[in-house]
Design a protein around this ligand. Structure first.
Ligand code: PGA
Length: 256
């Protein structure tokens, strides 16, 4: 399995800034066989960046899209419109769940819409601080994972990536804490077990599981060597070129 490094730029960078960043990033990158790199710019930057990106070196990821392909949905962009533009799409990010009120039903429809439009969904799941404190982590993971994948055909699981992002470890959350390798390994084990039980060992073992939450170039090595972790979803640190390229270098080292 490849190692995935995905940079989630969130609501940052103008189109011009995004283009300059991509230009610099591409110059520093070569084609790594075992490491798949992607960045997720704002929707408005996806189209121009798709003309600029060298897909042998890296891929583009959408941060969000709507599940219907077209129609009376003012303000939305569909996965259908992103077909051929984005290779991946982040779906179910905690900011979408808690700021924009997306529920598991909507997230399931988005996962299905991405797959239908040949975009690989990166399904984000993770417990909040209080859910963890109340011992609900396993239930939250089970619910978000199973319901997020509810609307896709069994064979389509091979297009899906899962990202474990404990909400309390995301850098923008007040008083964010660093997740420990043991805490991550435990939840990643749960996720793998659910995937294997639901889709069988052959398919369930192949789904990449990423970790996200305050990842930077100094802790990337520790997180990438947590048993069961196949890559990283990076927020804040992906906005700083030297940090992001540092994380890619760590991934290359871990894989060689
Ligand atoms: P962070 O964000 O790396 O800034 O914690 C991760 C994310 O929200 O995907």
């Amino acid at each position: 399995m490849k190692t995935y490094i995905v940079g989630n730029w969130k609501l940052n960078f103008t189109v011009g800034e995004a283009s300059i960043y991509l230009h610099k990033l591409l110059r520093k990158m070569s084609n790594y066989r075992d490491v798949e790199v992607a960045v997720a710019p704002s929707t408005i930057a996806l189209q121009p960046l798709s003309l600029q990106v060298d897909r042998h070196k890296m891929k583009l990821c959408a941060q969000n899209a709507f599940y219907r392909d077209y129609g009376a949905f003012t303000g939305e962009t569909s996965f259908n419109q992103l077909r051929g533009v984005a290779d991946y799409a982040i779906i179910g990010h905690s900011e979408r769940r808690y700021i924009f009120g997306e529920d598991d039903k909507m997230i399931a429809k988005k996962v299905a819409a991405a797959v239908r439009n040949r975009i690989s969904p990166i399904l984000c799941i993770g417990e909040t601080e209080s859910e963890r404190a109340f011992g609900e982590t396993a239930d939250v993971i089970q619910d978000q994972l199973v319901s997020g994948l509810m609307d896709i055909a069994e064979d389509d699981i091979e297009k899906v990536i899962v990202a474990y992002e404990p909400v309390w470890a995301i850098s923008s959350v007040k008083a964010a804490k660093l997740a420990t390798p043991d805490e991550i390994a435990e939840v990643v084990r749960m996720i793998r077990q659910i995937l294997v039980e639901t889709y069988g060992a052959e398919k369930g073992e192949k789904v990449p599981i990423l970790f996200g939450g305050s990842v930077n170039s100094s802790n990337a090595g520790a997180y990438l060597t947590v048993p069961g972790v196949n890559g990283l979803l990076v927020g804040g640190a992906s906005l700083i070129l030297s940090e992001f390229t540092g994380i890619i270098e760590v991934a290359k080292r871990v894989r060689s």
